[in-house]
Design a protein around this ligand. Structure first.
Ligand code: SAH
Length: 387
């Protein structure tokens, strides 16, 4: 295994618990896809990791032990991850959740999700992709009950984004359950699967009645999962807005799967900022508004970035919110801290009085590195507005 000597500042960073390696940590290193042993300048062994560029960082520190990234190693960490999730495995009202979450489960660069009897692996860099034989072999040992798996390629350089990985195929869309609600998913069609599993506690709050008897507007709705959860929890009407045409049929499928007719559930294909204008022109207003934009989006008309523009969403939403309404403000932007996100929200509220009702981060199946705030990337606030 190649040996790499770390500068003391990098050593400090690792000791503090931030385990992603960055380009600036290694001014002179040739980047390559391999496991490495890390040493301090004084020659002390620090641990094992690997180098491989990905969307964030150029590799991962994995463990303070000397290890080989072989089948035995992965069997051990998959087994530990499985043990942490017994409550999910036993809950027959939820059949889709995360089985393995990067460094939170002891190995950065890979996630594995369960969708009913199937698994979806996401590879975030070329090194973990090289290891896929050993990792899938280990996974099959630990999860013999999984019938088949797909893979998502989340790094640059390969042609395909999604492929069948092993076992039985499930090419047709099918239903999974979460908090007793059915969602239609597809496992081999681009990077997305029809549902973002990290939001299951927020959807759970809607199933539990946060919007009972109320009207809900779901902005950046994708497959309208928040709207369906709200409808299950007794919302009387929902409107879901997304720019992508395909969101319409996928959203309808979620509603139909739960026995709803579409009379009280509108699906609108429109830019959210245009929808604000449309709603104001038509005098539309809502009791609950969900805001869950992508971290960054560029379309023909505008660029939207959560870090700079979220306050505009809040200010616009306030104009079409009913008195004593509720905003659910969400972001998954890892580069924005919880504190800075809250500042952005406060900027949007201005002088409007409001109270924070509850706050969410990643749920327990999305185990994250407790010492590195950026790995708990999901930030959601439920806020009651007094006006
Ligand atoms: N809230 C969703 C996930 C949102 S993903 C859920 O819980 O499942 C982000 C979505 O925003 C994508 O579906 C994308 O099509 C949509 N989008 C991006 N920019 C938009 C815009 N300006 N107006 C409306 N939708 C937009």
């Amino acid at each position: 295994m190649k040996q790499v000597i770390l500068h003391s500042s990098v050593e400090d960073k690792l000791k503090r618990g931030r385990w992603i390696l960055e380009k600036d940590d290694f001014p002179q290193l040739d980047l390559d896809n391999q496991a490495v042993a890390f040493y301090s300048r004084k020659g002390n062994f620090l641990g094992t990791g690997y180098l491989s560029p990905q969307n964030k960082g150029i590799g991962w520190f994995v463990t303070e032990e000397t290890v080989q990234f072989d089948q035995v190693f992965f069997q051990r960490i998959f087994q530990q991850a499985k043990a942490k999730r017994t409550a999910y495995a036993l809950d027959n009202r939820t059949t889709a959740y995360r089985l393995f979450n990067q460094e939170g489960d002891g190995f950065g660069g890979v996630t594995i999700d369960c969708y009913g009897d199937y698994a979806v692996f996401s590879w975030y860099n070329a090194y973990v992709y090289q290891l896929k034989e050993v990792m899938t072999a280990a996974f099959k040992q630990v999860y013999p009950e999984v019938l088949g798996a797909y893979e998502k390629i989340r790094f640059k350089g390969l042609e395909q984004e999604s492929a069948h990985l092993y076992g039985q195929k499930q090419e047709e869309p099918f239903l999974v359950l979460e908090n007793g609600v059915s969602y239609q998913v597809f496992l081999n069609d681009g990077l997305m699967t029809g549902i973002f599993l990290d939001q299951h506690e927020v959807r759970g709050s809607l199933v539990d009645g946060l919007a009972a008897g109320k009207s809900l507007l779901n902005l950046f709705s994708y497959t309208a999962a928040f709207s369906v959860a709200a409808a299950m929890g007794g919302a009387v009407a929902t409107t879901s807005v997304d720019l992508a045409k395909r969101s319409r049929e996928l959203s309808e499928a979620h509603f139909l799967a739960n026995g709803f007719r579409m009379d009280q559930h509108r699906l609108v294909v429109m830019d959210v900022f245009d929808y604000f204008k449309y709603a104001k022109r038509h005098g539309l207003s809502y009791d609950v508004i969900v805001l869950d934009p992508p971290s960054f989006a560029r379309n023909k008309k505008r660029i939207f970035s959560v870090a700079k523009d979220y306050h505009k969403l809040i200010a616009e939403a306030l104009e079409i919110l009913e008195p004593d309404g509720i905003l659910i403000a969400s972001t998954n932007a890892a580069n924005l801290s919880r504190r800075r996100f809250k500042e952005e929200l406060e900027k949007g509220f201005g002088k409007t009085k409001h109270q924070y009702l509850s706050e969410y981060g990643l749920p327990a199946d999305f185990a994250y590195n407790k010492k590195d705030e950026s790995s708990n990337y999901l930030k959601v606030f439920t806020i009651k507005v007094d006006k």
